[in-house]
Unconditional design. Sequence first.
Length: 206
Amino acid sequence: MVALQKPVAKEIFEYPEPITYEDWLELPEDGPRQELWDGELVELTTPEEIHQDIEATLGYELMTAARAISGAKLFYEYGVRLSNSSVVAPDIEVFTGKAGGKRTRRAIEGPPDLIVEILSPTSRKRDLVNKAARYAENGVPEYWIVDPDRRAVVVNILRDQAYDRTIVYEGPIACQALDGAMIDISFLATIGNDLPEEVEESEDQE
């Protein structure tokens, strides 16, 4: 008879409320992507294909411009510490240091120069309202919100501690974080046109 080994319990991360930035740093790096919002952990959903296509294509345009500027860096879904109880993971960030943020191994502490969020059904209000207010409060000078449904970019520029908002349907867009580099958004007009149609499961299918 073969003795069965007892399963090894995985380490469970438990923290007192509210959770702090130091607690967030202890989360496993290979675990689910989570943001810290006013002391509470929020697990982010896996983005759909159109979201990933936009992230990759817009990221390429921004990266091309960033490479021409000394010290400019582009990050995907990298932590941004807004306070000791709030850490977000935007879809794209541009960092030059001019806005006052500081790079660390796990996050940018303080404001990056540009944050880009791509709307999804579960994040729409959070990105348009909650994060816009929080980013303005924390001095993020430029905040772009990509709306896949409207094929548009909402460009927010910080002035007097509040955002001036412009909806751009046709580019290019001048990126202030990258010294006014013109970023092509023409791909939004056709993004998602090649997505496969949803397959409805048969009632008889198990």
